[in-house]
Design a binder for this molecule. Structure first.
Ligand SMILES: CC(C)(COP(=O)(O)OP(=O)(O)OC[C@H]1O[C@@H](n2cnc3c(N)ncnc32)[C@H](O)[C@@H]1OP(=O)(O)O)[C@@H](O)C(=O)NCCC(=O)NCCS
Length: 185
């Protein structure tokens, strides 16, 4: 499927064809969890400069200590190079939230971010979620729309910069995942 820019990943950008085998899964064990945190810190704190004041230079928060939170890693040819995190929201039955989507700079535009988002959506659906929300940096709104998300409301401040609240319904995702052959994200 063409990406949100409707361009070829090879001819338009001139970059090498993406040949890596991409996989997404929940982090298993301390080493994978440490890699998950390391990537988040590298992207959000070191690269983007977020959480330096409010988070004291660390993007980790209480959600990371909650056993209901799923810490996901994305791998390219067995190298961990991406993250996303998801968790159910208390007091809102069936509502899940996703955040901390990050791919290391050297691995971007190789088809890792999109599978991470799809993996998070499918995981939330399979765990009984009805709707998922995320606060998205404006530069990534088109990317999320391409992945089936829609804008909900206006921009809000998060981590010191504007974010767009976006949502996606999960009932169709759950049905597709349960159907014949499941759904290959
Ligand atoms: C946003 C991010 C996760 C995307 O990851 P990625 O691995 O580069 O994404 P993919 O390669 O799976 O992209 C799939 C398609 O979407 C396109 N795309 C990726 N990011 C996009 C964006 N921000 N806007 C529009 N299109 C985008 C890709 O070009 C690709 O299209 P193609 O198939 O035509 O080449 C990554 O750029 C990143 O980590 N950014 C820094 C952290 C960040 O902003 N996190 C999100 C916070 S809301």
């Amino acid at each position: 499927m063409a990406g949100p820019g409707s361009r070829s990943s090879v001819t338009a950008s001139g970059r090498a064809p993406a040949t890596a085998v991409v996989a997404c899964r929940a982090a298993a064990g301390p080493a994978e969890l440490a890699a998950h945190f390391r990537i988040r810190r590298q992207v959000f704190v070191a690269e983007q400069g977020l959480f330096r004041t409010a988070g004291g230079g660390d993007d980790r928060d209480g959600r990371d200590d909650d056993p209901a939170t799923v810490h996901v890693i994305g791998l390219a040819d067995d190298v961990i190079c991406g993250t996303v995190r998801l968790y159910p929201l208390a007091g809102a039955a069936g509502r899940w939230k996703g955040d901390r989507l990050a791919v290391l700079p050297g691995h971007r535009q190789q088809g890792i971010g999109a599978p991470l988002v799809r993996f998070a959506v499918t995981t939330a659906a399979q765990r009984g979620g009805a709707e998922m929300e995320a606060f998205i940096q404006p530069a990534n709104v088109t990317f999320f729309e391409w992945l089936g998300w829609r804008r909900a409301g206006g921009l809000v401040a998060y981590a010191g910069i504007p974010h767009q609240r976006m949502v996606i319904g999960l009932s169709g995702v759950r049905a597709a995942a349960a159907g014949p052959g499941g759904r290959a994200w």
